[in-house]
Design a binder for this molecule. Sequence first.
Ligand SMILES: [Fe+2]
Length: 358
Amino acid sequence: MQQLKRRGFCLGSAPIRQTDSHDISRWHLGMPVLLKSNSINLLTDHAAHIKQTEELVSALLKQTDCDSVLANTPYAERLEPKFQSLGSAFNEGDPQEIETVMFDAMDGDHIIAEDLWLKASWLSFHEDDASLRFRFSFGIDSLEDVAADPGRQKLAAELTDAVFPESRVITDNQALEETLKSILHSDGISFVERIIYFNSPNGGAYLHHDLERGHDGVVFAQLTGQTFWLALSKQALIEEIILFSKTHSWPDSLTLEMRLEMSELIGDRAYLSEQLGSFANAGLIHLINETEAFVQFLIARGHGTQLEPGDVLLLPQATEETCCWHSVFCLDDEMGQALSFAIRAKNYALTKPADATP
Ligand SMILES: [Fe+2]
């Protein structure tokens, strides 16, 4: 049986049996949809690209600059002449950032878009967690309304294809495209705000959402290694926290102050929802991410999903209330590669407020 261990916290065993979660009607309830073995054939086509990316990550872990790797074969040939590197930047104000490589998009001698970037970052500050990610976007991170500039969004997606051609496991995946068109009642799907993930032993992600204006949801494709997920709608998470409080005593690791606050939170759904969304309530963060009792409770309640290479997981992110919250654990002895792309339906209406971003 595989153990769930993340950032120094031992959270019990992962279940052997898969939770049955491939019914696509779950999307509209804010619940995850598993497309088991959806991309297994495409992995073979991209085996060489996946291996190349593993070598890039090994170089980064040995403190080689990403920019200097991208200046050589095979990256230079795939990037140029359309994407011209402007070199790296290192933001000392962001301790999670490893390196940001900036690009202009060119058409001959003309710049058609500026300030596209690839940002490599650590996923946590824990010294035994080597999890990292490569994120592609443009403009001022976290401040730019990326949804309002689909042209640059498309170029940032093309930049991902040039650096990580295995992106096509998602973008050239007809079965996935048909499923998403059917779910979203759209005749076209694009994949934007792309991230390439490496979840490492003792790493992963705490419960969070990816709600952002311009996106309908997120698609996650496991390329190598295995991950374990807890995923459920925000409403369901709120109800599970309340049910947990009625059927369990608070774990010993919660301080008296945390217990008093939790007792207040579970009596007021609106306050509990607000505190979840703040990502700043220490007791709540500890309970839902760092206690074996709550993690095992969510698994027993059917919210666990295991991903193997070739599996794809869909995470709806429609509204604050219904978006799918999710948490990731690495199940292997080595880091595994995955793709996480935002889904934008062609008929997406930009009527949602720009401040919907968490
Ligand atoms: Fe996420």
